[in-house]
Design a protein around this ligand. Structure first.
Ligand code: KIV
Ligand code: ZN
Length: 387
């Protein structure tokens, strides 16, 4: 029996909070349609009360999305909830995502309130959201730095008020995976009524642990991951959708699956990168330009003999045409022969020895030897060896 992990995509909300990465409604609609096709369970389309533009985007997205639930973010504020409900009124599956900060620092500095007031505001917000939508997700902002005992109390109040999903954000990306996993386990064991709700992981990447933390949450009983394409998001970003999907796929013994079509991952990454004008780092897992590129001689030789020697994922599974062999001064004869063959040059052993010598001169002069350089090298070889 495999368990389903819901994928909640927040590219259009948390992802869009990246400095300098504003999307207009047309661009958001294009991305939302792709997320729907990709198979995400929930699309967080925006924060409707934040601006008229966000409101319109959430409303328009609600009209076109066919399969995914569409979600709008709110604070634990009546007006926010009313505006979100209005923006979501055309959605087939609307979800209101409401919540409040629960860490001591949020309670003291942001709300200047007491814990009791936070408990009350959380319950009131969920109850009010329930008057507009059946599906209400509650977030305990900065749950990562909230004591587990108080967090369980807030979550119990939210469940009592009707929350269907409990979002446990590591808002500041502070937790270690073991700590975050234990937090989820503690909530599973201590929140009253937890058996009727889904726990969601929402992790930020300030210490580079967003993906590891989300996986720790899932292996401790959470069943929803909040994530973004390319891991974009506030500061160092959020859990990357493509990473968690492929981790679960590549580790079948976990018995956890998602609804995502992985073949669309690479193309979706390109789309989001282009629309947002935000380039993906070449060494980014799964979708970076170098994710399936091999440049050292030893690795190239292995991959040419059998891809599995140095690749744990078949690039075709995520929509990448094929692994790349990047020719450099560290490449050996096998890699050169492989590349040359692909370009139509079938070299004998003797020819390869001669051409390889010329290749090394090129490789020393340039960092990478491109396809057009191979043609030049072959022209030189032919000129020098004309009968
Ligand atoms: O990181 C966070 O806490 C959030 C919440 C608003 C869900 O994005
Ligand atoms: Zn966030």
């Amino acid at each position: 029996m495999t368990d389903k992990v819901e994928i909640f995509d927040t590219t259009l909300r948390d992802g869009e909070q990246v400095p300098g990465c504003k999307l207009n409604t047309k661009q958001k609609l294009k991305i939302a349609a792709r997320l729907d096709e990709l198979g995400v369970d929930v699309i967080e389309a925006g924060f409707p009360v934040s601006s008229p533009g966000d409101f319109t985007s959430v409303q328009e997205i609600s009209k076109i999305v066919k399969n995914s639930a569409v979600c709008g973010l709110t604070r634990a504020v009546k007006k926010d909830i009313e505006v979100a409900a209005e923006a979501l009124k055309f959605a087939t599956k609307p979800r209101i995502h409401t919540g409040i900060g629960t860490s001591d620092s949020h309670i003291k500095y942001k709300f200047k309130a007491s814990r009791e007031e936070i408990l009350e505001r959380a319950a009131t917000a969920v109850e009010y959201a329930k008057t507009f939508a059946d599906d209400v997700e509650f977030y305990a902002e900065d749950a990562g730095r909230t004591g587990n005992e108080f967090l369980a109390k807030v979550c119990t109040e939210a469940v009592k008020a009707g929350a269907t999903v409990l979002n446990i954000p590591d808002t500041t990306g502070y937790c270690l995976p073991e700590e975050y996993g234990k937090k989820i386990k503690y909530l599973k064991d201590n929140v009253v009524g937890i058996e009727n709700v889904i726990i969601s992981c929402h992790c930020h990447n300030d210490l580079g642990l967003a993906t590891a933390n989300a996986i720790a949450g899932i292996t401790n009983g959470a069943r929803q991951i909040e994530c973004t394409i390319n891991g974009i998001g506030e500061r160092a970003g959020n859990t990357a959708l493509e990473e968690v999907v492929m981790i679960l796929k590549q580790h079948p013994y976990l018995n956890l699956n998602t609804n995502i079509n992985p073949k669309l991952l690479y193309d979706t990454s390109l789309m989001v990168s282009r629309e947002m004008g935000m380039f993906v780092q070449p060494n980014k897992a799964i979708v970076g330009a170098n994710a399936f590129a091999h440049s050292s001689g030893i690795h190239q030789d292995g991959v040419i003999k059998n891809r599995e020697t140095y690749e744990i994922i078949d690039p075709a599974d995520v929509g990448v045409t094929e692994s790349a062999i990047v020719l450099t001064a560290r490449s050996g004869r096998a890699a050169l022969a492989y590349k040359a063959k692909k370009m139509g040059y079938n070299l004998t052993k003797l020819e390869l020895d001669i051409v390889y010598h010329e290749f090394l001169n090129f490789a020393d002069a340039k960092k990478e030897v491109a396809d057009h350089d191979i043609h030049t090298i072959m022209d030189i070889y032919r000129k020098n060896n004309r009968a």
